[in-house]
Design a protein around this ligand. Structure first.
Ligand code: 5RP
Length: 294
């Protein structure tokens, strides 16, 4: 019989001891095949080991989200400033110029809209299409603790099997149900399950208390999701703290494209992620760029 972990012993995450990364610059990726490593090296900068992914896939369940009403106008100008774009194949084919050299990670799950139970998702694209679209990866929601938890896990494991056949990395995304507490304990559970079940990397939310235990106990890279729009300094601080506490970058959406100055914001985020710029300095950079003084 499976048993819950009821040990009274304190857990020991050793968050100050980085996981060794033999065979590749990203943790947990040393045993991947060449094509998979090459695609990971397109998304994650091999020099910094980090990424700034721009998430614009929100329309797959909530339609024309604020800031994404016209992706051709609001997002295409931001492409030079990120390391990878996270979007749906519909937006890719209809709006993103194929001349773009930017790596693309494709949203591969979908089904319910915001009007229904969100965990009731299915795989929403074939891996063959990811190859056809020259994708550097695919991403899928996993609803640990959600109503359709098992279905969403199986969606991911099927996608992982297809990804392994085609050399395409899978990003598992921790999707939080309405009634679930977003704390380190929950994210440790969700991120670790996603990694153990085969995702190449994990996208999850930042938590103030104990985020370093989430990254330490996850054997593959974690990228931080941005979440709802915050004041610019708060968003820059969250991104800074996430990478200082072990994240391999961000996959941010609203905190960039809903900013008053998205082009300035994405450049400030870039400095925080790749150059360890302090949040207050990044805010100064944001303000300078916003007012056109750089
Ligand atoms: C939803 C997603 C979205 O891509 C992403 O999280 C949205 O980005 P943000 O929260 O930064 O607006 O994966 O779970």
């Amino acid at each position: 019989m499976p048993e819950a972990d009821v040990s009274k012993k304190d857990k020991c995450y050793q968050e100050n001891v980085p996981q060794q990364t033999p065979g590749f610059f990203l943790k947990g990726c040393g045993s991947l095949d060449w094509g998979m490593k090459n695609r990971m090296a397109q998304v994650f900068n091999p020099k910094s080991g980090r990424t700034v992914m721009l998430a614009v896939d929100h329309g797959y369940f909530q339609g024309p989200t604020t800031g994404l009403e016209r992706i051709d106008l609001s997002i295409v100008p931001l492409l030079p400033y990120c390391d990878a774009l996270f979007c749906t194949r519909g937006i890719l084919r209809s709006v993103i110029p194929p001349e773009s050299q930017l790596p693309v990670v494709l949203r591969a799950s979908g089904g319910p809209s915001i009007l229904k139970e969100l965990s009731n998702e299915e795989i929403a694209m074939d891996m063959e299409d990811a190859g056809r679209l020259n994708a550097a990866g695919v991403g899928i929601q996993v609803f640990v603790g959600g109503e359709f938890e098992t279905r969403s896990i199986h969606n991911m494991t099927k996608l992982v099997d297809a990804g392994l056949r085609h050399g395409v990395p899978v990003m598992g995304v921790t999707a939080v149900g309405k009634d679930l507490v977003r704390d380190a304990k929950y994210f440790r559970l969700a991120c670790r399950m996603i990694a153990e079940l085969g995702a190449t990397y994990v996208k999850t939310y930042y938590v103030e208390d104990g985020f370093e235990t989430v990254t330490a106990s996850c054997p593959v890279p974690i990228v931080m999701a941005g979440g709802k729009k915050l004041p610019e300094l708060d968003a820059l601080t969250m991104a800074y703290n996430a990478v200082q506490q072990g994240a391999a970058g961000v996959d941010m959406g609203r905190n960039i494209f809903q900013s008053d100055a998205p082009t300035a914001m994405i450049q400030a985020v870039n400095q925080v992620i790749h150059a360890n710029m302090k949040p207050k300095d990044a805010l100064d950079l944001y303000k300078t760029l916003k007012h056109g003084k750089a």
